[in-house]
Design a protein around this ligand. Structure first.
Ligand SMILES: [Zn+2]
Length: 339
């Protein structure tokens, strides 16, 4: 069943692909039961420097009635970490805007134009807001209010779930690092760093560590210094790669190849209409069977999968092979000419 598109922003951003995220926490922190999918927590269109994506976040919960927390939901921290709350722009866009304003001293008009050239739908007003969000982000710190919220998170989830990501909008420039608590969605620290060495990153994490709260999970992208910095700061906490970055890195060549396969398969199935015409007004059993096969084959072509995990080209190929095998079987049974 096709999910409904909701919450499309008014500026009509059209997503290039969908990504589904599951929570990083897989088992109940209280009783250890495997979490079960409960509902779609959110569906959001996010503009990134690498394209527009539709992000689906699935909410899971502990199904054990004895445990007694059926309304405590877990969702993907990484999916939420792609962009600031209530915005549709990923951090890499924000970082780029900051760089264009601070380093290149561009005006809002120039920034808005540059973003459009990179495929980011925006207006001058949006560019201005992006710049304001960027400044707000850099001001993030561990205020009393944040600490209070983290205390609540620890009570509810038995610990914090921390994520740290680095976004570098232009090669060779500074990288914007963002530290986030996943259950609350609070930004705990954000800073532009030139080298992003393990030592620098550990210094960024230090104030969070000093709060002394238990940490039940760590999430970051594949960058080694990030992984080392988090791992050394919380040595006994399980660590997870970011699904988004991981998929993005491996997905591109595979998705490109699959697109070619799908195009080729569609071409080879172009003769369908001709056969459909031939059996159109025929009431014989043979024609009826043929029509069934044609319908099955035609529906294959509508397959669009969910790349990179479900590749449409591969799906069409596999199903077409199944149709072919079944067709050959029935021809053999009838004793007709083999293929
Ligand atoms: Zn439980």
């Amino acid at each position: 069943m096709k999910p409904q598109k909701r919450g499309l922003p008014k500026n009509r951003i059209v997503p290039e692909r969908k990504m589904y995220f599951r929570p990083e926490v897989t088992h109940c922190p209280d009783c250890g039961t495997k979490l079960k999918r409960h509902h779609n927590a959110s569906n959001k269109i996010v503009a990134t420097l690498e394209g527009i994506i539709e992000v689906w976040n699935m909410a899971y919960h502990c199904p054990d009635p004895v445990c007694g927390k059926p309304k405590r939901y877990f969702r993907s921290v990484q999916a939420d970490a792609l962009c600031l709350k209530h915005t549709s722009y990923a951090y890499d866009v924000l970082a780029l805007v900051g760089e264009m304003r601070f380093k290149q001293h561009m005006t809002v008009t120039e920034i808005s134009k540059a973003l459009k050239e990179r495929g980011i739908p925006t207006s001058e007003r949006h560019a201005m807001r992006l710049y304001e969000w960027y400044l707000t982000l850099l001001r993030a710190s561990l205020t009393a209010d944040v600490k209070e919220q983290l205390e609540d998170v620890v009570k509810e989830y038995n610990g914090l779930l921390l994520s740290m990501d680095g976004v570098q909008p232009e090669k060779g420039n500074e990288t914007l690092y963002v530290v986030r608590e996943g259950f609350s969605g609070r930004i705990l620290a954000a800073k532009n760093l030139k080298s992003g060495s393990k030592t620098e990153l550990m210094a960024l994490l230090r104030p969070v560590k000093d709060l002394g709260f238990p940490v039940i999970g760590l999430v970051s992208d594949g960058q080694q210094s990030l992984r080392l910095a988090m791992g050394e700061t919380w040595p006994n906490t399980p660590y997870q790669y970011c699904q988004y970055h991981y998929l993005k890195d491996i997905a591109k060549p595979v998705v490109d190849l699959d697109r070619k396969l799908k195009t080729g398969l569609k071409k080879s199935l172009r003769g369908l209409r001709e056969i459909e015409k031939q059996v159109e007004d025929d009431d014989s059993i043979e024609s009826e069977v043929t029509r069934d096969y044609l319908a099955a084959t035609r529906s294959l072509l509508l397959e669009d999968g969910n790349p990179p995990l479900d590749l449409p080209g591969i799906q069409i190929y596999e199903k077409a092979s199944a149709v072919k095998a079944s067709l050959e079987k029935s021809v053999a049974k009838k004793g007709g000419p083999s293929s």
